[in-house]
Design a binder for this molecule. Structure first.
Ligand code: NAD
Length: 243
């Protein structure tokens, strides 16, 4: 029971990797704040946790909006008194060449994927006691990518740099900050990707389950990873070789 009594915020908790992470943390005693743009999806995760006698609340949030992120932090502190774990999982992709990408579209991706990490770090960390952990979800696209997903790849590369730098700032407070970079995982985000549909992005032979990533994320968020800080765990089934 690695998360016994611990308050865990998981963004993107209404689907895929985020949902699997919520379920795993709750199964290990975590008190989970399931945060998602889609309230019904977040509530469905909470219902699953309650059905298994776990503890969770659902909060609707656009993670790219500072005020809404502050409201999630307030809700978590009000419900559970502190924050022990933050998993920044929610993200979005676009599929347009840079020359055709509008400024609004570019910065929408950056704000959602990277701004959210900044907001939850800035507003969440002050409520985290020593021994807490932040896990930012990157992607193999931070390391090797394809055409037409530059805003996404850039946001994920920046998340890993943010993670390294912020871990140094949090070291004195004994808050660990790490990233997990998934490869192809069987979620709506993977199958809605037009590059995957067209075969431009190859995924055969190395498709993980959301639970495979939840295992890696829960490791990084738990005391099992107490000597792991400021780094990125690539969990891709060896996929970088074929991307
Ligand atoms: N699935 C993959 O193959 C894969 C590969 C590499 C990285 N990732 C990363 O894993 C993470 C989870 O992806 P997934 O595959 O589980 O996706 P998913 O589409 O199954 O779930 C993403 C969730 O995030 C929520 N969300 C989207 N925008 C939001 C916003 N602005 N505010 C709040 N919530 C928002 C969605 O409503 C959804 O519930 C993402 O960071 C993604 O970049 C996924």
């Amino acid at each position: 029971m690695r998360f016994s009594g611990k308050a865990c915020i998981v963004t993107g908790g209404g689907s895929g990797i985020g949902r699997a992470t919520c379920l795993q943390m709750a199964a290990e005693g975590g008190r989970v704040v399931v945060a998602d743009l889609r309230q019904e999806a977040a509530q469905a995760t909470v219902d699953q946790i309650h059905a298994a006698k776990g503890e969770a609340i659902a909060v609707q949030v656009d993670v790219g909006d500072a005020k809404q992120v502050q409201a999630v932090v307030d809700a978590a502190v009000k419900a559970y008194g502190a924050i022990n774990v933050i998993v920044n999982d929610a993200a979005m992709m676009t599929f347009t060449p840079i020359l055709d990408t509008t400024e609004d579209d570019f910065f929408h991706v950056i704000k959602t994927n990277l701004g959210s990490v900044f907001y939850f770090s800035k507003y969440g960390a002050p409520h985290m006691p020593a021994g807490s952990a932040i896990v930012n979800i990157s992607s193999v696209h931070a390391h090797a990518t394809t055409q037409n997903v530059v805003p996404y790849a850039a946001s994920k590369g920046a998340i890993e740099a943010f993670t390294r730098g912020f871990s140094l700032e949090m070291a004195a407070r004994q808050i660990r900050v790490n990233s997990v970079a998934p490869g192809a995982v069987d979620t709506p985000m993977l199958w809605n990707n037009p590059n995957v549909k067209s075969g431009a992005e190859k995924v055969e032979g190395a498709i993980g389950k959301p639970e495979d990533l939840a295992a890696a994320i829960c490791f990084m968020a738990s005391d099992d990873a107490r000597f792991v800080n400021g780094t990125t765990l690539v969990a891709d089934g060896g996929r970088l070789d074929i991307l």
